[in-house]
Design a protein around this ligand. Structure first.
Ligand SMILES: C[S@@+](CC[C@H](N)C(=O)[O-])C[C@H]1O[C@@H](n2cnc3c(N)ncnc32)[C@H](O)[C@@H]1O
Length: 279
């Protein structure tokens, strides 16, 4: 069976899974990403002493920030379906001196290997977009959260990608065409509030944030190169147009006027104290 188009669905079946460890760590270090991740975690109301779950914990970037927030009396559990990413996440936590505060477990978001009502807070950062069964993942996050606890999501919305490029029509064709073929719901960010409300969570809040980059950092560069490659592979553009598109991006960067932004949405809600959620 060939691997799915969205590599995040099956990292361990990719030719070089370690590439994705480096990609997540490099994304995590990007200043704009670090700022919007920390703003989101603040928005989740995670306090010292909390038991927190991170679904789709990847290489552990978010789990390490969560471990700092819960402090020595709290604990973070990360669940991911990629064994390569779990190994990297355990190593990263140990190296950061946080090994005792974080447990990484293998599991599927749609069937969490965890007891009901165990966590004060369950979060997932840029995961919903990638999982095969997003509603099952959300139901599981609600199940394992204690009554009165918080379920929180952050996701991109690929309908909001903006690049200052001389060929706007080509840019839209690449962005919209590629994401429509890769993801069942490329605009997942804008759906988060609705999904939490429909699950019966209370006091659902929204945090809209903008990822913004002014120079071609390694993560952004590889993101845009991959867009061009996929647009070519899907037959949306020819190799010449892809090369011209990338050359204009690199020219903008070399001349100090590269601008790329896209929106990230966070949503958080409380599980009703007397479980009335529709799980
Ligand atoms: C884009 S990464 C995000 C990683 C991390 N949350 C972060 O922001 O650094 C998406 C993660 O979801 C995981 N994933 C995808 N489908 C999954 C599933 N069904 N169950 C558990 N994890 C899954 C992938 O292995 C990957 O680690």
């Amino acid at each position: 069976m060939s691997p799915p188009l969205d590599p995040w669905r099956a990292i361990d079946r990719q030719p070089e899974p370690e590439v994705y460890v480096r990609m997540m760590e490099s994304r995590g270090r990007t200043p704009s990403q670090a700022r919007l991740r920390r703003r989101f975690l603040h928005f989740c109301h995670v306090w010292p002493g909390f038991e927190v779950l991170e679904v789709g914990s990847g290489s552990g970037v978010v789990a390490r920030d969560l471990a700092a927030l819960v402090g020595p009396r709290g604990h973070v559990t990360g669940v991911d379906k990629s064994r390569v990413l779990l190994t990297a996440a355990r190593r990263g936590a140990r190296e950061a001196g946080l090994g005792g505060r974080i447990t990484f477990r293998h599991g599927d978001a749609a069937r969490l290997p965890l007891a009901t009502a165990r966590f004060d807070c369950a979060v997932a950062v840029t995961v919903l977009l990638h999982v095969a069964r997003p509603q099952a993942m959300l139901r599981e996050m609600v199940r394992v959260t204690r009554p009165g606890g918080v379920v929180a999501l952050q996701d991109q919305d690929f309908g909001t990608q903006v690049l200052d490029h001389p060929d706007r029509a080509l840019t839209r064709r690449i962005f919209d065409g590629v994401t429509a073929r890769m993801y069942p719901e490329p605009f997942s960010g804008r759906t988060l509030v609705r999904r939490l409300v429909e699950l019966g969570l209370e006091r659902v809040r929204l945090l809209a944030d903008v990822y913004q980059v002014r120079s071609l950092d390694p993560f952004t560069h590889s993101h845009l190169r991959r867009r061009a490659e996929l647009a070519t592979r899907f037959g949306l553009i020819g190799p010449g147009a892809a090369a011209r598109w990338l050359a204009a991006i690199e020219h903008a960067d070399a001349h100090g006027h590269f601008v790329f932004t896209f929106n990230y949405y966070g949503a958080a809600g409380r599980k009703p104290p007397h479980d009335r959620s529709r799980i």
